[in-house]
Design a protein around this ligand. Structure first.
Ligand SMILES: [Zn+2]
Length: 192
């Protein structure tokens, strides 16, 4: 949901107080049942809900209703599950009456994807992780191959950050006579 602050239009909701109370109740109920995360973003707030067919429908209805009564706010809906489908991390669900019908196992799979993202893995690495193997591969073997590479990547980044800190330490206390002298002293192997 984005709430533009530069919009000259008055920020007002066209609902009566009774309707507003009912609307709040609907949001509260839905949030209690299915809200996974509430994240502040530069343009407003991002609410993440579980990828459930009924939840998605309730959300679509609510956002449609909000669009009708609160024209000043802009709403964008994105479906994590659909996004993961597009990049090949989730199989496309069966469709019932033209609508996606997710199995409960999708939630477990999304949690696994979240875990891998928290560990810093890229989409191609996660795809590799969740792809079925023949013969089947134990979870430990799957993680180990990925984890070794990721740790080496992190170590290299940590070393680069350490070098940056050292340069910054010099710059913050710099008493060099010229910028060239500064460059010579902060070069790798230079005398700081
Ligand atoms: Zn210097």
């Amino acid at each position: 949901m984005n709430s533009p602050t530069t919009d000259p239009a008055p920020i007002a909701c066209s609902l009566s107080s009774v309707e507003l109370g009912r609307r709040e109740q609907t949001w509260t109920t839905l949030a209690a049942a299915a809200l996974r995360a509430k994240i502040a973003i530069p343009s407003g707030v991002r609410l993440e809900f579980v990828a459930d067919h009924d939840v998605a429908h309730a959300l679509l209805d609510l956002v449609q209703a909000e669009r009708e009564c609160c024209g000043w706010a802009s709403w964008s809906l994105s479906q994590t599950a659909a996004a993961w489908e597009r990049v090949g991390l989730l199989e496309s669900p069966e469709r019932r009456a033209g609508k996606r019908s997710y199995r409960r196992s999708v939630l477990t799979r999304i949690r696994l994807i979240d875990l891998a993202r928290a560990a810093g893995f890229r989409l191609d690495e996660i795809r590799d992780l969740v792809t079925d193997r023949q013969p089947p591969m134990a979870p430990g073997d799957r993680w180990r191959a990925l984890a070794a590479g990721k740790r080496a990547e992190l170590d290299a980044r940590a070393a680069a950050i350490g070098a940056m800190r050292e340069v910054l330490t010099h710059l913050a206390a710099c008493r060099c006579s010229s910028l060239d002298a500064c460059a010579a002293r902060t070069a790798p192997g230079g005398d700081r």
